[in-house]
Design a protein around this ligand. Structure first.
Ligand code: GTP
Length: 598
């Protein structure tokens, strides 16, 4: 296809503003997916994503389109995830585009991730088209929101596309605008091949599938390609596009987007951000690449049954094939035995991996409370990085302790400013800025420890603003903090999986609250269970779970057969996510009690 007839674009939006719905409607109106076969949102491939309503794996679709001027166009819709945890995937998808549709819910307005995503688009020099969605809602205020887009983002919004992605109203007009208002790609067909790898995944049958965007040159089946960074060479076995099913394509030229398979065995054979060139005529100007994503949050994953360790290992290996941002290595816990220390991008990422392990691999897991990475200077001059609180060295050997800080941007209606400031102060935040976007909407900027955001900050923010606040954050640096390790003892035995690092000032209330939460989540047993919170040798809180009374147990073994069966079933259900420590049964939720203790 001639570059002037190609449009490569993404849709960016704050979560729930209607990105997936709009993508579906575009596919439907262009005939790529018929309304009937579109049982569910097509772009969200995995069940899991559909249920959660978020898009995890970037997915690209080629859309053939005949415009009003009669021209035959190829539109490549490059999907991006909307959640903060996945902003790295957004930025790499945007690098393959010339334009972006900025979808803003006309009944809401500009939110934290609207801005974050627009900045990513502008960083990539994209043309941004404002689209006001949900204009079918009686509460839609397109004029107010247009003004907000102009004032806050500085984007010309005198003539925004007005659509209802749900009903389809205005969407045909929007597709026409994609052709007339977004620029075509540029590129030199005669130059050596330069293609950007913007996504890749592992397919059981095909091996590694690479999504690429040709910048210059051309590529066809049978070509011998070279991965720029590694110098490794492969032969192109399969070349095609998704439309939405995969279709083979003979050749690709500048500006085109497609996938290739080349007998690659591992994702590291084709790293995202790398440049594909040709072995016989390599380029000397590769794409500059992306920042590598590093896991920010670490958590222990343990099999419920110790003999399922090998199975879990195999499952983790398989999962990692398709998720380069997820890391794992073996670890041992005194309390939980053999398991794995896993690295994630954020809490949502943990939940997704955990659900996939349970659903796709039938793994039964205990997940320990997430932790950030702490840096430690020891008194004998060593520098350590700690991703597991129980490994924090003895306080007498610590010269300095550092924790990651994040810059947090919160968008909120002005009625709730007081609540948000209160919450941020409580979480050790340092206020950096506060400005009015409009007469009634405020952006508040804080710097605060990432650990505080990671816990229940988001839930508390939502509940203290009736759900109106939105949040974006980015890790900025490490700062020295006065932190201590809080340990939990169950019947006087320290349980390493429960250890947590907290600020010294809040250690006492935190310890008390954690002990209380544990008391609520540990069920009664045949004997008394004593829960203690300690800092070093000092016990700072104590709770007690009373044993069953004898007669209650006696009754269970009595004649009532349905009751007995119910009880057995309940026990079986509970066993799935229960771990025995010593002789105490501890359910999964107890391991995450710390998330609610702050
Ligand atoms: P993610 O893909 O999960 O990041 O979110 P999203 O921005 O794609 O949101 P999604 O398309 O899932 O839409 C969010 C909700 O808004 C859904 O319940 C949609 O049905 C609804 N919605 C989307 N577009 C419209 C619209 O034009 N009008 C109305 N009334 N509702 C809409």
């Amino acid at each position: 296809t001639d570059t002037k007839n190609i449009r490569n674009f993404s849709i960016i939006a704050h979560i729930d503003h209607g990105k997936s719905t709009l993508a579906d409607r575009i596919l439907e109106l262009t005939g790529v997916v018929s309304a009937r076969e579109q049982k569910a949102q097509y772009l969200d491939k995995m069940d899991l994503e559909r249920e959660r309503g978020i898009t995890i794996k970037a997915q690209t679709v080629r859309i053939p389109y005949t415009a009003k001027d009669g021209g035959q166009y190829v539109l490549n819709l490059i999907d991006t995830p909307g959640h903060v945890d996945f902003s790295y995937e957004v930025s790499r998808s945007l690098a393959a585009c010339e334009g972006a549709l900025l979808v803003v819910d006309a009944s809401q307005g500009v939110e934290a991730q609207t801005l974050a995503n627009v900045y990513l688009a502008l960083d990539n020099d994209l043309e941004v088209l404002p689209v006001l969605n949900k204009i079918d809602l009686p509460s839609a205020e397109p004029e107010r929101v247009s003004k907000e887009i102009e004032e806050v983002i500085g984007l010309d919004c005198t003539d925004p596309a007005l659509v209802s992605a749900k009903s389809g109203l205005g969407v045909a007009d929007l597709i026409e605008r994609i052709v007339t208002m977004l620029p075509p790609p540029k590129g030199d067909a005669a130059a050596p091949l330069r293609a950007l790898i913007f996504d890749s995944w592992y397919d059981t049958y095909l091996g590694v599938v690479v999504l690429f965007r040709v910048l210059d040159g051309s590529l066809k089946k049978g070509d011998r390609i070279r991965i720029y960074s590694s110098g490794r060479e492969f032969e192109v076995m399969k070349l095609g596009v998704f439309s939405p099913e995969s279709v083979e394509v003979a050749q690709f030229g500048p500006g085109e987007v497609g996938f290739l398979c080349a007998n690659m065995k591992e994702l590291s054979d084709a790293p995202v951000g790398d440049t594909v060139t040709k072995a016989d005529r390599p380029t000397d100007t590769p794409f500059p690449g992306f920042k590598k994503v590093k896991p920010m949050v670490f958590s222990g994953l343990y099999p419920v049954e110790p003999n399922e360790y090998e199975m879990l290992k195999v499952a983790l290996e398989k999962l990692q094939l398709n998720d380069a941002a997820f890391t794992f290595e073996p670890e041992t816990s005194k309390a939980l035995g053999f398991g794995f220390r896993c690295g994630f991008l954020g809490l949502l990422h943990i939940e997704i991996i955990q659900e996939r392990l349970e659903r796709e691999f039938q793994a039964r897991l205990i997940t320990t409370a997430p932790s950030v990475i702490y840096k430690v200077d020891t008194t004998d001059g060593r520098h350590l990085q700690i991703d597991n609180p129980s490994l924090l060295p003895d306080p007498s050997t610590i010269a300095a302790l550092y924790e990651p800080y994040a810059r947090v941007e919160i968008h909120v209606p002005n009625d709730f400013v007081g609540n948000v400031l209160g919450l941020c102060e409580e979480k050790r935040g340092i206020q950096k800025d506060m400005k009015y976007l409009t007469a009634s909407r405020v952006v508040i900027t804080y710097e605060m420890p990432f650990a505080e955001i990671m816990y229940d900050f988001f839930d508390k923010l939502k509940s203290s603003t009736k759900g109106y606040a939105s949040l974006d954050y980015e890790i900025i640096d490490y700062r020295q903090s006065d932190l201590v390790r809080l340990d939990i003892l169950i019947n006087t035995e320290a349980v390493d999986a429960f250890s947590v690092i907290v600020h010294r000032q809040s250690a006492y209330p935190f310890g008390r609250s954690l002990a209380e939460k544990l008391k609520k989540s540990i069920p009664r047993q045949m004997f008394e269970v004593i829960i203690q919170a300690a800092i070093g040798n000092k016990i700072i809180a104590k709770e007690r779970v009373a044993p069953f009374r004898k007669d209650v147990i006696a009754k269970c073994y009595g004649g009532d057969i349905t009751r007995k069966r119910k009880l057995l079933e309940k026990q079986k259900e509970g066993k799935r996510r229960m771990r025995r420590m010593g002789n105490v049964e501890i359910p999964q939720e107890a391991f995450l009690a710390v998330l609610k203790a702050g």
